[in-house]
Design a protein around this ligand. Sequence first.
Ligand SMILES: NC(=O)C1=CN([C@@H]2O[C@H](COP(=O)(O)OP(=O)(O)OC[C@H]3O[C@@H](n4cnc5c(N)ncnc54)[C@H](OP(=O)(O)O)[C@@H]3O)[C@@H](O)[C@H]2O)[C@H](O)CC1
Length: 293
Amino acid sequence: KHFRVAGHRRSQGRISMQMEVDKSSKQRDNSKPRQTHISPELANQAINDAITYSGGDVVVMARTCASGFCDALQQCYGSEEISDVFIACGSGLNGLIGLQVAVELQKRGYAPAVYAAEQSKHANFRSVCDEAGIDLHDFIPSTLEFYYDIVVDALLGTGFDGGDIRQQYWTVYEMLISTRLAIVSLDVPSGWDLSTGPRKIDVTADSFIKPEVLVSLEAPKLGSNVFAGGYHFIAGRHLPQSYFWKRESLFRLFPARSQTACSCQVTRFASKVLMERHMGDLDNSITMTCGTN
Ligand SMILES: NC(=O)C1=CN([C@@H]2O[C@H](COP(=O)(O)OP(=O)(O)OC[C@H]3O[C@@H](n4cnc5c(N)ncnc54)[C@H](OP(=O)(O)O)[C@@H]3O)[C@@H](O)[C@H]2O)[C@H](O)CC1
């Protein structure tokens, strides 16, 4: 089964983004080059600041990120269209957010299942899954494509060291590369370099994760510049636009009226081929806002 992103008919109204001037854009220095993606250094700083913003509680932070992630996922794959979601989680914060995504999806009427590649540094996956009534796997089911509708990639995010994938992740990583199911990646597609995207050696071997949907947290990372899937969202927005603008001249990506933790969609990075596949005759210049704020 390979599910296409839903809702393209609704999108044909060509909703244009309202580019209102807000305070942060008035303060900006127009002599600086405009960037749309943040550096690895700022990404790491943003993690700490997002945690501080959440009262130092990583679980609180993870829940906000998970909620925005689920808003984005739901925009693409409604619970009336798909049901079973396989969530591949790593041991770091990316995996913790994946676990919270499972809890949130369960509440929203989906049937999530969690795969933990190794023991989490942040949570007891067994007790969280048991309490929420979510299946927890320590193996990849051979029938994955039969039983599941989409896969969430919450394996490796900004903490990926850029080297070869370690052995305990091989099975799940191989699945993420080869599955015919659509993948929704959290923050950074696993194995992608934070600055450059998929490594050259992996591109040459056509051996890298190609998500259909990417949900960046806080702001897009430099490496996601080469994302060529259908939809790119920003979620987990603890930090205001001005935070990024002051530090790296980040060009506004958030609509002025969208200053909350819910997700907003930026389709500007979508490749024309995929856009045509999903959205018929639409051109790829459309930016559509969504979410509940
Ligand atoms: N960007 C933001 O603004 C925010 C992002 N958030 C989320 O936090 C993650 C980053 O979390 P972190 O725990 O630092 O890192 P990861 O979850 O990506 O992964 C760390 C684990 O990965 C292991 N690792 C590293 N390299 C490899 C490798 N080559 N092969 C296998 N495993 C690898 C690493 O192992 P160590 O033994 O080296 O420690 C870790 O176990 C970010 O992506 C977002 O999801 C914030 O939550 C909010 C703000």
